[in-house]
Design a protein around this ligand. Structure first.
Ligand code: NAD
Length: 426
């Protein structure tokens, strides 16, 4: 195993995510050269909006859903962050995710702050028409606090490019502003960006490649296991495969497939349906999602859902490096176990930040009217990701902390310095 620096990671079990985020800030304050007062301010969101969304369902009944938008901090620019549709979404969950967006945007040096929103609904229980009505009414309720210069939502769990197109259209009806810069992640034919969809997977692959090189692994033949073969996992798998890595296992919600000699990622990607039933996996072994996390590989990329690496399975992780493609896949307890065992964990706020970075390009495209080619998006994305990687690497080496703390320290310093420059209003 690789030697990583010991961590003082949070270890409280079952603690609300927002409390964990606050305790992390307390700990990180010691690492950065900014006043504690401004760090204290950053423990709290600027605003949390809670709205009721009445929707007439296809059967004629009205159901009222609860929607949230947490705006954490906007000292570096307009609030930015996704909107998720998922059962059980809460205001607190949105606050902790909004905080993470503040750090992610600062780490990539984007002129944005952090926000996150959501509606407590199971999107699979709604027809397309019901989703359209829900989204349009939610957009109406958000009218007073979103806008291209104030707060810019994007897709997240359970929402997609179509959802963003509906929100952009409502905003245009409300304000007459047809630039569509109010949301990012739109379909390219209505102001979206070529290459936005592949961006978080691309950044995850880039960061995995740099991390492998850092620890003296050759990318050629690097063995990789990826949990989740959706947008992030699928694009990361295709790129790493293209660069010469051997992707030995991938999975979806129904389970995974593995082959020590490497899977045919292009052929797997060309098919749809459960991975275990695809023609291209006919000769592969089946592997459960739990077992995939414990495979003996060079790089493990959890790229499906949060909270999959826990105190229970972290002792069994055999990978040499973990790169977080998903948001928050590693619990604080698992983080501590992996650090103790010398397994470096490259954090989500760096690895999957290609998504918000491409969102920034989309927002620029909408607000200044100059469209970007796919090639320009890739080049600028790669440049920005590599700069962020270098900043985190330097932070890790000078501060002698694990990768996650190193990344958060870079971000916190940038945000807190901006606050320090302006002071507390008035
Ligand atoms: P997606 O819906 O495109 O793909 C998710 C994949 O994970 C699918 O293959 C699905 O079958 C699988 N999956 C779902 N639940 C699972 C479970 N319980 N166990 C194992 N596999 C499961 O989603 P995505 O956009 O690729 O997002 C994946 C993760 O990356 C999420 O944590 C998301 O928040 C994060 N992320 C996404 C973006 C983005 O722009 N797409 C950006 C940054 C971070």
């Amino acid at each position: 195993m690789i030697s990583a620096n010991a961590t003082t990671a949070e270890t409280a079990a079952d603690e609300p995510a927002v409390e964990t985020a606050r305790r992390r800030l307390d700990r990180l304050a010691a690492l950065v050269d900014v006043s504690d007062e401004y760090v204290e301010r950053l423990k709290y969101p600027s605003q949390v909006h809670r709205v009721s969304i009445p929707v007439r369902l296809d059967d004629g009944e009205i159901e009222v859903f609860e929607g949230f938008r947490a705006q954490h901090d906007n000292v570096r620019g307009p609030y930015k962050g996704g909107i998720r549709y998922a059962p059980g979404v809460t205001a607190d969950e949105c606050v902790s995710l909004a905080m993470a967006m503040t750090w992610k945007c600062a780490l990539l040096d984007l002129p944005f702050g952090g926000a996150k929103g959501g509606v407590a609904v199971d999107p699979r229980s709604l027809s397309t028409e019901e989703k359209r009505r829900l989204t349009r009414r939610f957009a109406e309720e958000m009218r007073s606090f979103v806008g291209p210069q104030t707060d810019i939502p994007a897709p997240d769990m359970g929402t997609d490019a179509q959802t963003m197109a509906w929100i952009a259209d409502v905003y245009k009806m409300q304000t007459g502003d047809g630039t569509r810069g109010v949301v990012t992640g739109k379909p390219p034919r209505v102001g979206g960006l070529a290459g936005r969809e592949e961006a978080p997977g691309r950044s995850t692959a880039l960061v995995a490649r740099e991390a492998a090189r850092y620890y003296d692994y050759s990318v050629d033949g690097l063995t990789v296991a990826i949990q989740g073969f959706g947008s992030v996992g699928g694009h990361a798998a295709r790129l790493l495969d293209e660069w010469g890595a051997t992707v030995v296992a991938v999975s979806d919600i129904d389970g995974g497939v593995s082959d020590d000699d490497g899977l045919d990622i292009d052929a797997l990607s060309a098919e749809t349906g459960p991975l275990t039933e695809r023609e291209a996996a006919a000769d592969a072994d089946e592997v459960t999602n739990d077992a995939l996390l414990e495979l003996d590989v060079d790089v493990l990329i959890p790229a499906a859902v949060g909270g999959v690496l826990t105190a229970d399975n972290a002792p069994n992780v055999e990978a040499s490096i973990v790169v977080e493609g998903a948001n928050e896949p590693t619990s604080a307890e698992a983080d501590a176990v992996l650090a103790e065992r010398g397994v470096p964990v490259i954090p989500d706020i760096l690895a999957n930040a290609g998504g918000v970075t491409a969102s920034y390009f989309e927002w620029l495209q909408n607000t200044n009217g100059r469209s970007w080619t796919h090639e320009e998006v890739r080049e600028e994305l790669d440049d920005r990701m590599l700069s962020a990687w270098e900043a985190v690497k330097e932070s890790r080496e000078t501060r002698e902390v694990p990768w996650r703390d190193a990344a958060y320290a870079v971000a916190l310093e940038r945000v807190a310095e901006s606050h320090e420059t302006l002071g507390i209003w008035p």
